[in-house]
Write a protein that binds this ligand. Structure first.
Ligand SMILES: Cc1ncc(COP(=O)(O)O)c(C=O)c1O
Length: 444
């Protein structure tokens, strides 16, 4: 396909009918940007129930990194589904999760022995990471330090770390005790109102000088839990030395470094895992989303000596489901065979260059940032403050023109297409995005 095909203004009549039923029957606790009702999808294209075809800049929120319904992934799912659908890993064994674990320990950073624990989603991976870190210290280190502005999921443990929007927590407390937050290193809007690099990474020194020396006894901290690139919080890339400094701090006090690669992993940033951009080896990596191209699966992969919860202390009926594992093995093969890391780097660099050129022309683009195909474009008002109205309008117009793109943080456009996207398809999407932004500027 050359571009989107809009035959009836979205949302069309079939979409509206389903949206009405959806709002009558489903709890509306999610915040949707516009009513896309997806029917089928292939590669980078998504068709709705009215026959409109859209270009996908979302990948079903960072999941379909190999493109929608990649034939190799679909074949692996079908073959596995005919062989063995389920037989719980908590009480029995089967081969697929072992084969996948062999792969996972080889593609994750760190040349040390590792072990894997399987979950079904991102939030469960964070729960597993919290329990593993705390459990490893056998009750002597109950505290966790997370970063304000992050997103780690919505179950009670992960929600206690999540801190990118008040609505995520409102009326839902009390949360897990023993969680402290340091500000996320968001240089464009530095929480300490400093400038990089003159700040000399005060955001890391703050943790030591204020938190660990004043109110969080370091010998009682089990882990730092941090996103290498903040996803829901606004596609924020920390400064280059941030993770080296955090790793040093962790080592100094015997604290584990847990990175949440749920959104940034599986090639999204042009490397298998975003933390590789920072040259740091974490103790535990939490993954989900892109691991199985759309089937529910998550995992934590950690240093073998840390992954030592005793038998009976943690398990999951569905975690490591054989069909999901088969999909994950095929996903990894596709990323390798089709050189999707290189493609993400190449097309991502092209997109960043185009967006930075656009930033020169449009003063309402405050910041363009990202790695590979995880790109944020922060929209601002005249006075430099965030501009959520402009964001919402731009996304709605883009939807009507056939581009599926959503926001992150307060007013950042989040660009995360499948990693198979070509430069030409990226160009098509960016052209629609530019037109939408220019039209939105006339309306808000
Ligand atoms: C960084 C990060 N961690 C955890 C999660 C939670 O994942 P899930 O929705 O699969 O529970 C998300 C979801 O967006 C995420 O972006």
């Amino acid at each position: 396909m050359n571009g989107p095909k809009i035959i009836v203004e979205p949302p069309g009549p079939n979409s509206r009918k389903i949206a009405e039923k959806d709002s009558a029957l489903l709890m509306q606790s999610f915040a949707r940007w516009y009513p896309l009702v997806a029917k089928r999808a292939h590669g980078v294209w998504v068709e709705d129930v009215d026959g409109n075809v859209y270009l996908d800049f979302n990948s079903g929120i960072g999941v379909t990194n190999t493109g929608h319904c990649h034939p190799k992934v679909v074949k692996a799912i079908k073959e596995q589904a005919e062989r063995l659908l389920h037989y719980s890993l908590t009480d029995f064994l089967y081969e697929e999760p072992v084969k996948l674990a062999e792969k996972l320990v080889s593609i994750t950073p760190g040349r040390f022995p590792k072990k894997v624990f399987y979950t079904n989603s991102g939030t469960e991976s964070i729960e597993a990471a919290i329990k593993t870190a705390r459990g490893h210290f056998r009750g002597t280190r109950p505290y966790i330090i997370a970063f304000a502005g992050s997103f780690h999921g919505r179950t009670y443990g992960s929600l206690s770390l999540t801190s990118s929007k008040p609505v995520q927590r409102r009326h839902l407390g009390p949360l897990l005790p023993g969680v402290f937050h340091a500000p996320y290193p968001y240089c464009y809007r530095c929480p300490f109102r400093q400038k990089y690099p003159e700040c000399n990474l005060w955001c890391v020194d703050f943790i030591e000088e204020w938190m660990l020396k004043k109110y969080v006894p370091p010998e009682e901290v089990a882990a730092f839990v941090v996103e290498p690139i903040a996803g829901e919080g606004g596609y924020i890339v920390p400064p280059p030395e941030f993770f080296k400094r955090l790793r040093e701090l962790a080592d100094k006090y015997g604290i584990l470094l847990v990175v949440d690669e749920v959104q940034s992993g599986f090639g999204r940033t042009g490397k298998w895992f975003a933390i590789e951009h920072f040259g740091v080896e974490p103790d535990i990596i939490a993954v989900a989303k892109g691991i199985a191209s759309g089937l529910p699966l998550g995992a934590i992969i950690g240093r073998a000596e840390v992954m030592d919860l005793p038998p009976g202390s943690h398990a999951s009926t569905f975690g490591g489901n054989p069909v999901s594992c088969a999909a994950a093995l095929a996903t990894i093969e596709v990323i390798e065979e089709e050189k999707l890391l290189d493609n993400a780097t190449r097309v991502g660099e092209y997109a960043m260059k185009r967006l930075r050129e656009l930033q020169e022309e449009i003063p309402y683009i405050g910041d363009v940032r990202g790695k590979g195909l995880m790109i944020g474009v922060e929209l601002i008002a005249r006075d430099g403050s965030p501009n959520p109205k402009l964001l919402q309008k731009t996304l709605e117009i883009a939807f009507k023109k056939g581009l599926l793109v959503i926001g992150a943080g307060v007013s950042t456009i989040r660009i995360a297409p499948p990693l198979i996207i070509t430069q030409q398809e990226m160009e098509t999407g960016l052209r629609i995005l530019e037109e939408s932004l220019r039209e939105a500027l006339k309306e808000v």
